[in-house]
Design a binder for this molecule. Structure first.
Ligand code: NAP
Length: 280
């Protein structure tokens, strides 16, 4: 089975849209983007489009790359105070002279729809989430809506970033999987990966997971997203993930493609968090 992330994301957004229609106070997402990183601009446009579709109000604050940390923090504080704003998202990465952690920590935890604030991270790890981390929560939805059982399975997560690997391990644990989190210092990584019933790759390295690292019949979730040097017939640059999809697809029971797998559900889960920001 090739897990259709686009279709699942469309379902989630449809559900969000119906919920928003019933809300008296509509959510409003304010996005801060600093600098002119092309990929970040695309991500922000996708978020705006999802907001427009679901009926969530959105504002983008585009600041020049030279903006000081103090000015970014001042804007965050202003949005924290603004009653109309229910969700605040700072698009990462920020320019090097700005301390990302300082900015994340300045966002009111009640408005932190990306679920990056330490308070919200802590709540996820004790099993009492206010918001759910978007990419990991999207992966859980992909598994649930594809009727893939997590309880009792061995899940191996390659990667321990604060954005993907660690929170994904927390959410899989909450679903009663037995979880092993691997990283760049893990010994015998391939042997550990080969035991996984559910293998999640969030490494940031193209085609890192090869066929010999995957058990026959396993479920493979590919979080990575990379541009390749190859172009499609329509002139678009082809993408690939952290998994060597072509050589693995024949041996697994289910796998997410890149693009069209994990990516679309990340934005859909952000929309869910925006609803949670007004429904207490
Ligand atoms: P990251 O912050 O760079 O973290 C990568 C992780 O992989 C680190 O924990 C690192 O270990 C580990 N790693 C690196 N080399 C390794 C190796 N040789 N063996 C084992 N582990 C290794 O990346 P990220 O933010 O988690 O993102 C991972 C990928 O997902 C990227 O391609 C990113 O673009 C993509 N992504 C996609 C979405 C989406 O919505 N689809 C969202 C976020 C990210 P150490 O901790 O030891 O350094």
């Amino acid at each position: 089975m090739i897990i259709d992330g686009k279709a699942i994301a469309a379902q989630i957004k449809e559900e969000v849209k119906r919920k928003v229609e019933l809300l008296e106070k509509k959510p409003r997402l304010d996005v801060i983007i600093v600098g002119d990183d092309a990929a970040s601009a695309v991500y922000v446009r996708n978020k705006q489009a999802a907001c427009a579709y679901t009926g969530i109000k959105s504002e983008v604050h585009a600041l020049p790359a030279s903006t000081s940390q103090e000015d970014v923090l001042a804007l965050v504080r202003q949005l924290n105070e603004c009653e109309d704003v229910s969700g605040i998202l700072v698009q990462l990465p920020l320019p090097k002279h700005i301390n990302e952690q300082a900015v994340i920590c300045a966002i009111s935890p009640q408005k932190d729809v990306d679920c990056f604030h330490p308070e919200n991270v802590g709540r996820v790890s004790i099993g009492a989430p206010r918001f759910k981390p978007c990419t990991p929560a999207g992966i859980i939805e992909l598994l649930k809506r594809s009727e893939i059982k997590m309880e009792g399975t061995l899940a191996v997560v390659i990667g321990r970033s604060n954005i993907v690997g660690k929170p994904l391990s927390s959410l899989l644990l909450a679903e009663n999987a037995t979880v092993i989190t691997c990283h760049s210092k893990t010994a015998n990584l391939a042997a550990i990966a080969r035991q996984a019933d559910i293998l999640c790759a969030a490494v940031g390295k193209p085609k890192f997971v090869t066929a010999d690292m995957v058990k026959e019949g396993a479920v493979v979730i590919d979080v990575g997203i990379h541009e390749t040097g190859v172009f499609t017939q329509s002139g678009k640059r082809k993408m690939c993930g952290d998994v060597d999809f072509d050589n693995i697809v024949g041996k697994v029971s289910a796998i997410t493609p890149v693009p069209g797998g994990v990516g679309p559900t990340t934005v859909a889960m952000l929309m869910k968090n925006c609803v949670a920001s007004v429904v207490r």
